[in-house]
Design a protein around this ligand. Structure first.
Ligand SMILES: [Zn+2]
Length: 293
């Protein structure tokens, strides 16, 4: 598996799968706005195709009622995959938010949790150097909290990929070579774990997992990982809640904002025109504060 195979899968699916190609063409035409907060940027995307996902009922009963779209027996015949390792498969995401948007499900129907799969996550970042890998916690935006999966999107589309390089940091653990730092003046709580050693990455990850764990459940978070010049950069966006008060408001105060990993990392996905027209720095700041730890 290399970057060429990934490109080939994507190109083949684009040419064979008409509905998918149509959605990618729509995505290339969506409207964007960029908000500059000085130390970081947030982009907003007007994307009506995402209304279904933003409104999805994610409680256990609703999830149990629907057919799992990540299980191989329920996937459309036209959807092809690449074996990532013995456990995971790479698929194109038929409902993309960003260009070259992939889903990486486990080959078995097992619930969304990161702890047993952190090594896979780091491995995939190393294999997919043209892409950014991400993980949505089961209570923090995952649309299939019952089936463990990662996602990948083409690099260069989410502001945090550049923003993190210039923001101030506070060391939490480690030394200059292997460490975890909190990113400061970043608008939301984010811890960045960096090392050239996969073993050290895993050790630090488990330490932070234990530190932020609430009872038996996994910490509420969205994770991103980049592999650049031999170093892993693992971002832990720590969450307080999934959806902000605007999502539950009535009347004029209502906004369809349901932040998952991609939103918290810097791309607010807004399926309604009125929300896209209304979004501003104050609302973004408020939403980030509400949903971040
Ligand atoms: Zn499944």
């Amino acid at each position: 598996m290399d970057n060429n195979e990934i490109t080939r899968l994507y190109e083949e699916q684009l040419s064979e799968w008409d509905d998918f190609r149509l959605r990618v063409e729509q995505l290339q035409k969506v409207e964007w706005k960029t908000f500059d907060f000085g130390t970081f940027k947030i982009k907003a995307q007007f994307n009506p195709a995402r209304a279904v996902s933003s409104n999805a009922k994610l409680d256990k009963a609703s999830i149990a009622k629907r057919k799992c779209f990540l299980c191989s027996e329920n996937r459309p015949d036209i959807q092809k995959g690449i074996k990532m390792n013995d456990r995971f498969t790479l698929l194109i995401n038929p409902f993309p938010i960003l260009l070259e948007h992939f889903t990486l499900p486990l080959n078995q129907h097992k619930e969304q949790e990161i702890k047993p799969y952190i090594r896979d996550f780091l491995d995939f970042a190393q294999m997919m150097t043209s892409h950014t890998l991400l993980y949505n916690g089961p209570q923090c935006g995952a649309s299939a909290p019952d089936h463990i999966h990662f996602q990948a999107v083409k690099r260069g589309q989410i502001p945090f990929e550049e923003d993190y390089k210039t923001v101030a940091r506070k060391r939490i653990l480690g030394d200059d070579e292997s460490h975890a730092d909190e990113l400061l003046e970043f608008g939301r709580k984010c811890i960045l774990v960096e090392s050239a050693s996969k073993e050290k990455m895993e050790t630090m990850f488990h330490l932070l997992y234990n530190q932020y764990q609430i009872g038996e459940e996994e910490p509420k978070w969205n994770l991103f990982v980049l592999f650049e010049e031999g170093i892993w950069h693992l971002f832990l966006f720590l969450r307080k809640t999934h959806r902000p008060t605007q999502f539950f408001a009535e009347g004029d105060d209502y906004m369809m904002i349901s932040p998952g990993a991609i939103d918290i990392a810097g791309v607010f996905v807004l399926p309604r025109k009125e929300d896209f027209d209304r979004i501003n720095k104050e609302i973004i700041k408020d939403v980030l504060q509400q949903v971040s730890l």
